[in-house]
Write a protein that binds this ligand. Structure first.
Ligand SMILES: Cc1cc2nc3c(=O)[nH]c(=O)nc-3n(C[C@H](O)[C@H](O)[C@H](O)COP(=O)(O)OP(=O)(O)OC[C@H]3O[C@@H](n4cnc5c(N)ncnc54)[C@H](O)[C@@H]3O)c2cc1C
Length: 458
């Protein structure tokens, strides 16, 4: 059966639902297609479940440290089944509320199934043919399964399937020292598993500056998480009832045995079953859909928003994509992706939050710059909370006195960093921050102090 709409939105991730409901609210006749769960990755297998589990892991960690705070807590064990029940409840509430919102929106019809192009203006979902002059792709991404030696011969977990475990792995080997791998590594160590992180690179979190990678390593060492970097030729094999990972590292045993393997080696966009050629769209070499600064594909009327366009890999970048598209279409605005300032947090504990450029980026510009640094051991709030790993680092343009970027790696860093982000959006010199009175005792109150103690970046 053929249905005609003003817009088809494919994927109920982080951009699809707000876009579909806003267009529908503006009087457009909208089709929303979702094949699995409303809320997409973030709600069902990304941010929400992991942060719920990070909170459980933090509770276990604090309980073990009870004596540091004068609290008699006794031996601590974690019931992973109960952790999962808590996490599942939070996820289900969130998913249900997104679904109710979209299904309840006037002018919006939900189709369940996989949408694939038949032409640049038509998509098939099962027996239904949907037609619209505007199509928005918010299809997201899934865990990447690399062509790694032995990957077909051993069982492994992904960032999605690990969320269903009800029994603690005895020894979890995490392959991948990026954001996702690091969060799960620390979480499962705090739940009580032995954990080894394996990465072929020379340091953890290679997209961060070296000082951040060094502190992450200190945190992991302090918690007894084994790390094997420079792991060349990683290969997987069965070892009796165990699984083994060959790492051929420059030091240490060339093979690690464990009970479970987590593959945390990037994401693959969900574009392979969209039948993109029928619409005239050619994905890039990794399957991403290229877009211009206003998220338009090369085919008029078709937009790609969220993780599938390679312009961001976070919930907030996907949501910002929605805002750009909706404001441009409905309000005649001319918002652009290039107007946004990079910002994200890595939710190990303590969190690492980052805005703008990092030190390596700034050095690469070869422009005169200033740097301010303050260790969390010199932040009162961190000392009082007994959480002194990390630092505040700010980078400033030496000529304009405008902020170039900042990292707050430490307790509360994911919240505190926003005052710097807002100052960057305001395009004001750092006096905006140094002349602001901040609340005591907070981590943020030391940001002005750090900005008042700048040195040339040499
Ligand atoms: C373990 C983990 C932790 C994360 N933690 C964070 C975090 O703390 N903060 C953060 O900002 N980001 C985090 N992320 C990233 C974040 O989840 C994504 O960036 C975010 O979900 C944005 O995705 P999206 O809107 O592009 O699409 P998604 O949320 O991936 O949704 C895409 C939807 O499209 C549907 N779909 C796909 N193809 C079709 C089709 N052909 N037809 C119909 N439906 C289709 C899918 O079923 C899915 O529901 C995390 C990711 C992971 C994996």
């Amino acid at each position: 059966m053929t249905h005609t709409f003003d817009a088809i939105v494919v994927g109920a991730g982080q951009a699809g639902p707000p876009l579909a409901t806003r267009l529908a609210g503006a009087g457009w006749k909208v089709a929303m297609v979702e094949r699995h769960f409303f809320g997409g990755t973030c709600v069902n297998s990304g941010c929400t479940p992991t942060k719920a589990m990070v909170a459980s892991a933090h509770a276990a960690h604090l309980a073990r440290r009870g004596a540091d705070f004068g609290v008699n807590a006794g031996p601590v064990t974690v019931d992973l089944r109960a952790v999962k029940v808590r996490k599942d409840g939070i996820v289900l509430d969130s998913r249900t509320s997104v679904e109710k919102w979209v299904r309840g929106a006037a002018n919006c019809t939900v189709f369940t199934g996989t949408a694939a192009f038949e032409s640049s203006t038509t998509m098939r979902v099962g027996d239904d043919l949907l037609e619209a002059p505007k199509i928005f792709l918010n299809v997201g991404a899934r865990p990447n399964i690399p062509h790694m030696s032995g990957v077909d011969s051993v069982p492994f977990l992904t960032s999605t399937t690990i969320l269903d475990l009800e029994q603690l792995p005895e020894h979890l080997i995490v392959i991948g020292g990026g954001y996702v791998g690091l969060e799960f590594a620390q979480m499962f160590r705090r739940f009580g598993s032995h954990v080894t992180v394996v990465d072929k690179g020379s340091r953890l979190a290679p997209h961060e500056d070296e000082d951040a990678s060094k502190v992450i390593r200190e945190v992991f060492d302090a918690e007894g998480i084994a790390v094997r970097i420079n792991a060349n030729c990683i290969h997987l094999e069965q070892a009796g009832k165990q699984v083994a990972v060959g790492v051929e590292c420059t030091e240490g045993a060339p093979r690690i045995e464990g009970s479970h393997i987590l593959l945390a080696v990037g994401r693959t966009p969900n574009t392979d079953d969209l039948n993109l050629p029928a619409a005239g769209i050619a994905p890039d070499d990794r399957g991403y859909i290229s877009v211009d600064d206003q998220l338009r594909t090369a085919v008029p009327g078709i937009f790609a928003i969220g993780d599938c366009n390679r312009r961001g890999a976070f919930t907030h970048t996907s949501y910002n994509d929605y805002e750009i598209v909706a404001d441009n279409l409905l309000l005649g605005a001319s918002r652009r992706v290039s107007d946004r300032i990079p910002a994200y947090a890595l939710y190990i504990d303590p969190p690492l939050a980052h805005v703008g450029m990092n030190e390596a980026d700034v050095r690469a510009t070869k422009k005169p710059a200033l740097v301010g640094f303050r260790a969390m051991t010199r932040v009162g709030r961190a000392i009082e909370k007994g959480e002194t790993f990390g630092f505040i680092k700010v980078l400033v343009d030496a000529e304009t006195q405008h902020l170039l970027g900042a990292t707050i790696f430490g307790t509360g860093g994911d919240e505190a960093v926003h005052c710097l982000l807002t100052a960057m959006y305001a395009r004001q010199p750092i006096t905006l921050v140094t002349h602001s009175m901040h609340i005591h005792p907070t981590v943020a109150e030391l940001i002005p102090t750090t900005l008042e103690d700048l040195k040339p970046l040499e």
